[in-house]
Design a protein around this ligand. Structure first.
Ligand SMILES: C[S@@+](CC[C@H](N)C(=O)[O-])C[C@H]1O[C@@H](n2cnc3c(N)ncnc32)[C@H](O)[C@@H]1O
Length: 419
C-alpha cells in the first residue's frame, strides 16, 4: 500500500495551519504504521482503545523521529472526549472504520475535534460489488474474520457513512489493492460456485423471479399465523393517521402477495407497488379475499423510485419484509417521506441482524450468501433500524422483538415513523 499511502498523505500539506506545525490526530493508531508518511515536524496525538498497542507504537515512534509525539490516549473513536473541539488540523483513520461500533459517531467526533477547514483522511477496506464473487466470499468468511480480526468487518459500505457525514468536501476513490489475492476472483473460486454461476448466465435465476411469488404467497400464511398479534398491534395504530375527511390512503411498498390486507380497516384505499410483476396473480387472490378494502392500483416499481406516486398524496406507507431486499434503504425511506402527507406515517415490520454476540448473528452471516440467492436478494444481516433512525422522521416508534420464527429471521423491528 506504499504508493496509495504516499499519494494520500501528499495531501496533508494542504491542511497546515497559518502558523506552526501540522497537528495530526490518529484514531485507532494501532502500531503507528502511518508515521513514516507524515511530513517532518508534524505533532502527533495517537488514540487507540487497545492499550496493548503502546509497546509497538513506541517502536514506530523511535523509528520515526522526524515527528513530535504529543500523547497516546486510550480511547475509542466514538468518544474522543480527551481531545478538545477544533484542536487538530487532520484526523487520520486507516483500517479502523471496519472495526468501530458506530461509524457515524466516529465521523462526528472527528468533525468535532477538527478545526474548521481541517480534514479527515481515510484508507479503508470495504465491501465489494454485490455482483462479484469477492462479495460472496466476504460474506461467507465474515464471521470468522470478525472473530480473528478483533471485530473487523469485511462487509461494510463505509463510503455511505462518509457521504452521509456532512463534510463540506469529500474526495473519495474506490481502489482495488493487490492484498489477499485469495479473496479476488480466482479460477478455484469460480469452480466452487459454478452451479450458481451457470444458473445466473443461463437465466435460471431470472426464472426464479417467477417462482418466488408463489413461495412468498405460501409462506405468508404461516408467517401471518405467527405474527398475527404483532401485526394486529402494529396496524391498530393506523387509526391515528386518518385524514380529516375521507378514507385512509395506504401505499404498500413491496406489497408481495398482499399479506397485510386483512389487517387494514374497512374502506381504506390501497395502492400497491412491487418491482416483481409476477406477484400480481397472488395479489389478486388476496384482493378477492379482502373485499372490505378499495384497491386503487398496482404499480410495478421499486421502492427506491416511486415516481408514479405524487408528493404528499398518501396517509400511510406500509413496508413489511421489504427493507431486507431493497437496493438502497435510505432512498426507499426518502421516497416514502416524499409521498406521505405531512403528519402521515411509515409503518414497518422487518427482520434484522441479530446481536453481534449471538450465534444467530454468526449463522446469519455464514448462510447469508445462500439466503441471498434463494430469498431473491433478501439479506439477514441488515441493521435496518439505523436507517430508520437516520431518516429524519419527526417521531419514530420502533421496537425490537423476537417472534417465534425460524432463527435466521427471528430478530425483527416493528413500528411506525411519522413525517
Ligand atoms: C418477502 S417479500 C414480502 C412481501 C410482503 N410485503 C409481505 O409482507 O408479505 C419481499 C418483497 O419485497 C419486494 N422487493 C424487493 N426489492 C424491492 C425494492 N427495491 N422495492 C420494493 N420492493 C422490493 C419483493 O418483490 C417482494 O415482494
Amino acid at each position: 500500500m506504499n504508493d496509495n499511502k504516499r499519494e494520500l498523505f501528499r495531501n496533508l500539506e494542504k491542511f497546515y495551519p497559518p502558523k506552526g506545525s501540522l497537528r495530526i490526530l490518529e484514531v485507532g493508531c494501532g502500531s503507528g504504521a502511518n508515521f513514516e508518511h507524515y511530513p517532518t515536524g508534524c505533532r502527533i496525538t495517537c488514540t487507540d482503545p487497545n492499550p496493548h498497542f503502546q509497546q509497538y507504537l513506541k517502536e514506530s515512534m523511535a523509528k520515526n523521529d522526524h515527528l513530535v509525539y504529543d500523547n497516546f490516549i486510550v480511547a475509542s473513536g466514538e468518544n474522543l472526549k480527551a481531545v478538545e473541539d477544533n484542536s487538530v488540523d487532520v484526523v487520520v483513520c486507516t483500517l479502523v472504520l471496519c472495526s468501530v461500533q458506530d461509524t457515524l459517531m466516529v465521523l462526528r467526533e472527528a468533525q468535532r475535534v477538527l478545526r474548521p477547514g481541517g480534514a479527515f483522511f481515510f484508507l479503508e477496506h470495504v465491501v465489494s460489488d454485490p455482483s462479484s464473487w469477492v462479495y460472496f466470499f466476504q460474506h461467507v468468511f465474515r464471521p470468522i474474520w470478525y472473530f480473528f480480526g478483533d471485530g473487523c468487518e469485511i462487509t461494510r459500505a463505509t463510503w455511505k457513512h462518509l457521504e452521509a457525514a456532512g463534510f463540506s468536501d469529500l474526495q473519495l476513490r474506490h481502489i482495488q489493492t493487490p492484498l489477499f489475492v485469495l479473496l479476488r476472483p480466482h479460477i478455484v473460486v469460480k469452480v466452487l460456485i459454478l452451479p450458481l454461476y451457470i444458473a445466473e448466465v443461463t437465466g435460471l435465476l431470472s426464472f426464479y423471479k417467477r417462482v418466488f411469488p408463489l413461495l412468498v404467497y405460501k409462506m405468508s400464511f404461516s408467517y401471518n399465523n405467527k405474527m398475527n398479534d404483532k401485526k394486529r398491534e402494529l396496524f391498530r395504530n393506523l387509526e391515528k393517521f386518518y385524514p380529516p375527511k375521507g378514507s385512509l390512503r395506504i401505499l404498500e411498498v413491496g406489497c408481495g402477495s398482499g399479506a397485510n390486507f386483512e389487517h387494514y380497516p374497512t374502506g381504506c384505499r390501497i395502492t400497491c407497488t412491487d418491482p416483481n410483476p409476477h406477484f400480481q396473480k397472488y395479489l389478486k387472490k388476496s384482493m378477492a379475499k379482502n373485499d372490505h378494502l378499495v384497491y386503487d392500483s398496482f404499480i410495478v416499481a421499486s421502492g427506491e423510485n416511486l415516481k408514479a406516486v405524487e408528493d404528499n398524496s398518501v396517509d400511510v406507507v406500509v413496508c413489511t419484509l421489504v427493507l431486507c431486499s431493497v437496493q438502497d434503504t435510505p432512498k426507499v425511506l426518502q421516497e416514502a417521506k416524499r409521498v406521505l402527507r405531512p403528519g402521515g406515517a411509515f409503518f414497518f415490520l422487518e427482520h434484522v441482524v441479530s446481536d453481534p454476540a449471538s450465534w444467530v448473528y454468526f449463522f446469519q452471516h455464514v448462510f447469508q450468501p445462500f439466503w441471498y440467492y434463494f430469498g431473491d436478494g433478501c439479506e439477514t444481516t441488515r441493521a435496518t433500524w439505523k436507517h430508520l433512525e437516520a431518516s429524519g422522521f419527526s417521531d419514530l416508534q420502533l421496537r425490537h422483538v423476537q417472534p417465534p420464527l425460524f432463527f435466521m429471521i427471528r430478530p425483527h423491528i416493528v413500528g411506525y415513523a411519522v413525517k
